[in-house]
Design a protein around this ligand. Structure first.
Ligand SMILES: Nc1ncnc2c1ncn2[C@@H]1O[C@H](COP(=O)(O)OP(=O)(O)OP(=O)(O)O)[C@@H](O)[C@H]1O
Ligand SMILES: O=P(O)(O)OC[C@H]1O[C@](O)(CO)[C@@H](O)[C@@H]1O
Ligand SMILES: [Mg+2]
Length: 321
């Protein structure tokens, strides 16, 4: 079988271990892998490259993706998808493995349904927001990056007795904010899922400062609000009386760097399962991970809501004395 592989949406550290695993698992069973460069954009352009086991050497520890990624609006239009299907046929691609988030899986599902090609998705997004799977590649590394950065911010926040608003990624979800916030002992975690009233934040700051805390660190998911705007609101509410206020947006540094051992190992496992699923005749769906087991789930279910760790949020508040 000739298998096409692509990465789409925001890159995720751990995509390279998935690619390596797909290429070598397929190769060990006598099958070929073709890399599609720049995700769906490369499908439309017909930008393909053969990937041998040697081509994927030395990439386990590399962040990003060697076959590149993109967000490609044109893939939502049938006209461009038809061009993609002609390119797939011309290149002799008989099945596909698609790495990305929930948006990417919509594209993957459409390919499977319109072209009849077998397509398997591998959940790769630092947002960790794909329904039905307990794990998404990239999330662990993004957490490591966020925790590392917030620890550093805490040092300077304490020295200057400041209030910090730290904005972390998670387009519509608070997964990174909750876990990075608990792990760094943030004084307040703000997530879009909870709608914590911003009018209550000044009292929280006053309470903490009266308890003798040097700093007050707010870890806020980007889906809750903008760091600069919250900083401005706090300044208008309490001024500098409880410490100067600063805002930091961690941004794309969360998405880079060498994948953690968890993202590497999970990436390799997800990749092998994707190849075996295609070889055993699966036609469409994504590899999901639940209670220690991998299985193929319907693409449709990727959009189902997945709960943040509410227990972690509760615990962070209890321990904030
Ligand atoms: N309804 C759709 N039909 C066809 N293609 C789609 C559709 N939705 C998304 N896509 C494709 O998937 C790409 C990636 O989607 P999106 O930007 O939502 O990222 P994602 O895969 O969710 O990853 P992340 O959120 O981690 O960045 C889009 O740019 C587009 O090419
Ligand atoms: O890299 P871009 O296109 O600016 O997208 C940023 C978005 O992508 C993500 O990093 C997910 O990949 C979100 O957390 C964030 O909202
Ligand atoms: Mg997404």
């Amino acid at each position: 079988m000739r298998i096409g592989i692509l990465c789409s949406g925001g890159d995720a550290p751990g995509m390279n271990p998935v690619i390596r695993s797909v290429v070598r698992s397929a190769s060990s069973l006598g099958h070929e892998v073709v890399g599609i460069r720049r995700g769906f954009r490369g499908l439309i352009a017909g930008d393909f490259m053969n990937l041998s086991s040697r081509d994927v050497g030395g990439i386990l520890d590399r962040g990003g993706t060697i076959i590149l990624s993109s967000r490609e609006e044109r893939f939502k239009s049938l006209e461009f998808r038809e061009t993609a299907y002609r390119n797939i046929e011309r290149a002799g691609i008989e099945a596909m493995i698609v790495l990305g988030g929930e948006g990417t899986f919509k594209g993957a599902q459409i390919i499977a349904e319109e072209s009849g090609l077998p397509v398997i998705g591998v959940p790769c997004t630092i947002d960790n927001d794909i329904g039905c799977t307990e794990y998404c590649i990239g999330y662990d590394t993004a957490l490591r990056n966020a925790v590392d950065a917030i620890d550093k911010i805490r040092d300077t926040a304490s020295s200057h007795e400041r209030i910090f608003v730290v904005e972390v990624m998670g387009r519509n979800r608070g997964f990174i904010a909750v876990e990075a916030g608990l792990a760094t002992g943030a004084e307040l975690i703000l997530v879009p899922e909870e709608k914590f009233p911003k009018e209550r934040i000044p009292e929280e700051i006053i309470k903490a400062k009266e308890m003798g805390k040097l700093h007050f660190i707010i870890v806020m998911a980007e889906g809750y609000g903008k760091a600069e705007e919250l900083k401005q609101f706090l300044f208008e509410s309490v001024g500098n009386r409880y410490g100067e206020i600063r805002a930091t947006v961690l941004g794309h540094l969360q998405r880079g760097g060498s994948p953690t051992h968890t993202d590497r190992i999970m990436g390799m496992k997800f990749g092998e399962v994707a190849v075996e699923a295609l070889l055993s005749g699966e036609r469409k769906g994504f590899v999901a991970y639940k209670r220690g087991k991998f299985y193929i789930e319907d693409f449709q279910r990727a959009g189902e809501p997945k709960e943040i760790d509410w227990e972690a949020l509760r615990l962070s508040r209890r321990l904030n004395l």
